[in-house]
Write a protein that binds this ligand. Structure first.
Ligand SMILES: [Fe+2]
Length: 242
């Protein structure tokens, strides 16, 4: 990302760049130093997920960060904020909301209970509202996109690492993709060295996973929208790095 993101932003003419960075620290969690590197590399906002607090010290960092956010439903007592407000390069105000799905994740609070209030508040402050819905189940991610259709600019799924073939703009003008994919080594089992990942499944025993190295790609999604925040296109992005 340090080598490629600035150029990729220019190539895509991206006015704002949101990076999900929850596993940037060797495949598990994030540190303040790495979050700062992502911001310096061209990310305007860094979102997180179920591995937010894996690394020590990140809570203190999140408590004071306005651009590195954790899921808004991560629990009342966890440090950090769940919404970021930034100005895009073209001057448009953008809100980014990070939420965790309920299915198959140990989520403290249902996203469905709080999403309406979060979106209502964000829309009073920014015409463009992007939701990173970090969730395991495709059904929940598709349901959230349709639930918010016409109320936000985009609902972008993250967490499952495999880019889905459904980037689209819904009838109400909300861009959606079930999973934006993974930036990392694709010669792997969703980023981990396949030997130990397979061993874990075969034996059923706890097995330490190591990051893989081969077939590195940057994956994501490019969303275009009008001045009112209504999406006009949604395209999956995939760049081979090595
Ligand atoms: Fe995750």
């Amino acid at each position: 990302m340090e080598e490629r993101l600035h150029a990729l932003r220019g190539q895509l003419e991206a006015d704002v760049c949101i990076v999900n960075g929850e596993n940037v620290a060797d495949g598990a969690g994030i540190t303040g130093k790495l979050a700062d590197k992502l911001l310096a590399s061209g990310a305007d906002v860094v979102t997180l997920g179920n591995h937010t607090y894996r690394r020590s010290g990140i809570g203190d960092y999140l408590a004071t960060s306005e651009r590195v956010i954790r899921p808004a439903n991560a629990g009342s007592w966890t440090p950090g904020r769940g919404v970021a407000y930034v100005d895009a390069r073209n001057g448009v105000h953008v809100a980014v909301i990070n939420l965790l799905g309920s299915l198959f994740l140990d989520t403290p609070q249902s996203a469905w209970e709080i999403v309406d209030d979060l979106v209502d508040e964000a829309r009073t402050r920014a015409p463009v509202v992007v939701v990173d819905f970090h969730a395991e189940a495709t059904s929940e991610k598709v349901a959230m996109a349709r639930y918010l259709d016409g109320r936000v600019t985009a609902v972008l799924g993250t967490h499952t690492h495999v880019q889905t073939n459904d980037a689209r703009v819904l009838a109400g003008g909300t861009a959606a993709i079930t999973d934006a994919g993974m930036t990392g080594p694709h010669d792997s089992v969703i980023g981990s060295d396949e030997h130990n990942a397979i061993k874990r499944f075969v034996t059923g025993m706890p097995t330490r996973l190591e990051p893989a190295t081969g077939d590195v790609r940057i994956e994501g999604v490019l969303v275009e929208c009008d001045g009112d925040g209504r999406a006009t296109s949604c395209t999956a992005v995939r760049v081979d790095v090595d």
